[in-house]
Ligand binder design. Structure first.
Ligand SMILES: Nc1ncnc2c1ncn2[C@@H]1O[C@H](COP(=O)(O)OP(=O)(O)OP(=O)(O)O)[C@@H](O)[C@H]1O
Length: 510
């Protein structure tokens, strides 16, 4: 790095405490012009806190910020960050699903909304040019709910980039903060998104990229800063580092990503599903035996992610039967309470709306599945249960009374897993279980699943993360348009083979 380069953004000595928790501890970060800078760290290491200081959501206790060599006063007043050329794309993208791409572009754009009248025709023309400039194949009139997931992510990024275009800030390109923009996106779509990111950086835009996906970080970033317990462990040039070194910096120890499946001898199934149909699924049959981890995967819209919801009765199937422990259940009648009573646990993908009760404390969340109609509160028992869940699942929080909403995203996910797995279910249904979970904690989750299988339980895991399946799955079913199109077993369960099966089935329809 040349000594004369003025960083786009320089954070020095940033400290932020919440009660007794030091979320950021004298953290420094320097973002260079036109670079993609990874922001990495375990769950609860302080990434979101740093970003929220930049957006003005949190006031730091200490620390300074410079943008283009000029000091910027902290706390950043809410809504001011845009004027400093900063724009944010959060994981939920912040788009209005029922509105058009054009309406989304304009919503929240104070410069436009403050003019006395919106000239929709001119705005549509401007949007068309903007989309073309960013290679985004989209009409301004398309409704967001009808867009593919990658188009939505691209629209959110283009909107953010547009807000901080050169002419709007100080005549310099903007700074984009992308907070885990790629979960659930299949590889091909991630590539498309990365191409967009590279076109932006070629124009001088600087990007902070928050991610738990080390392969993606190695592919798209120029440098990365690793946080642990709020402290900066180091800043690494991507070209001079590798996966193992980054993982070690993040977790503090080496983490192997080797296949870890348990030996399995032939046995009768523990659960059998027949004739399962849902919104996408059509007449699917599958079974899983005790001790087995069965992976379900496919591209977006393939239907694999419907399976856990339908088996657990979280959504009604249009048809289908489940046989479990010698009993048969009609899946179009199955209610969540029936499936819990049958020894099934569902860990849904959408933890914010389906996994945790955000306003309840960690303790209340942990004991919820154990209530079973009893209203008597046994505080001592509840404290013990919560302490167990927190210890076994490494849930990091300042106290068991902390509202679940205040936990970091990954810690919320660990809480959801802990609260259900403590019931020692016979069949665990998972949908994207490691979303937002750091590389170290992933291994701990695998340990829990393997222990459950060793005790005779079984796991059905729907995910678009092929690597996770390579590590833990005995068998993988690849879905396409609601049907099972391929099955991979044993040594054939590799990341490459799963990707090949997914894209081959998709190409058959192209
Ligand atoms: N509003 C809050 N009140 C209390 N504690 C908080 C609050 N926000 C964050 N924390 C705590 O600060 C620490 C850092 O959390 P932060 O959300 O920054 O982590 P993160 O690195 O983004 O994690 P993840 O990868 O899980 O999203 C955690 O211990 C978290 O519980």
């Amino acid at each position: 790095m040349s000594q004369t380069v003025i960083p786009r953004l320089a954070i020095k000595g940033l400290t932020k405490t919440f009660g007794g928790v030091r979320a950021l501890d004298s953290a420094d970060l320097t973002l260079l012009p036109g670079e993609v800078h990874g922001l990495l760290g375990t769950n609860g290491s302080g990434k979101s806190t740093l970003i929220k200081v930049l957006s003005g959501f949190h006031a730091p206790d200490e620390g300074t910020l410079e943008i283009d060599g000029r000091p910027v006063a902290l706390p950043m007043p809410l809504g001011r960050s845009e004027a400093h050329g900063l724009a944010f794309v959060h994981q939920n993208l912040g788009l209005l699903p029922e509105a058009t791409a054009l309406e989304n572009l304009i919503a929240g754009d104070h410069e436009r909304l403050n003019s006395w009248r919106i000239n929709w025709r001119a705005e549509a023309e401007r949007a068309r040019k903007l989309f073309a400039e960013h290679h985004l194949k989209l009409s301004p009139q398309q409704v967001v709910a009808d867009l593919s997931p990658v188009q939505r992510a691209q629209l959110a990024i283009v909107r953010a980039a547009d807000r901080v275009q050169e002419h709007r800030s100080h005549g310099v390109p903007g700074i984009l903060v992308l907070d885990e923009p790629t979960p659930f996106l299949p590889q091909e779509d991630v590539r498309e998104l990365f191409a967009m990111i590279r076109r932006l950086t070629a124009r001088g835009v600087s990007i902070i990229f928050v991610s738990h996906d080390i392969d993606e970080v190695l592919e798209v970033t120029d440098r990365s800063t690793v946080l642990r317990d709020g402290k900066v462990i180091g800043t690494y040039e991507t070209a001079a580092t590798n996966r193992a070194d980054l993982v070690e910096a993040i977790v503090g120890r080496a983490v192997a990503a080797d296949r870890r499946v348990l030996a399995l001898s032939p046995a009768a199934p523990i659960a059998e599903v027949r004739g399962l149909s849902g919104e996408i699924l059509k007449d699917v049959a599958l079974s899983v035996q005790p001790g087995e981890i069965l992976g379900l995967t496919g591209l977006i819209g393939a239907g694999h992610d419907e399976v856990p919801m339908l088996i657990a009765g979280a959504r009604a199937a249009s048809a289908g039967q489940l046989s479990l422990n010698g009993r048969t259940y009609d899946l179009n009648q199955m209610a969540p309470a029936d499936s819990i009573a049958a020894g099934i646990a569902l860990i849904p993908a959408d933890r914010q709306t389906a996994g945790i009760a955000p306003d309840l404390s960690l303790t209340e969340n942990a004991v919820l599945p154990l209530l079973r109609g009893s209203l008597a509160i046994n505080h001592r028992r509840n404290r013990r249960i919560t302490a167990d869940v927190m210890r076994k699942f490494s849930v990091k929080a300042s106290s068991p009374d902390q509202p679940a909403a205040e936990l970091s995203g990954g810690n919320q996910q660990k809480l959801v897993l802990g609260k259900w797995l403590q019931l020692e279910p016979r069949l665990v249904l998972l949908d994207e279980p490691t979303q937002g979970i750091d590389v170290g904690a992933r291994q701990e989750i695998y340990d829990h699943l393997l222990a459950l299988c060793a005790a005779g339980g079984a796991v059905i895991c729907a995910t678009s993360e092929f690597e996770q399946l390579e590590i833990i799955a005995h068998r993988v079913l690849v879905f396409d348009r609601g049907r099972i199109k391929a099955e991979l077993k044993g040594a054939d369960v590799t990341k490459a083979a799963i990707a090949k099966a997914c894209y081959e089935v998709a190409e058959e329809h192209a």
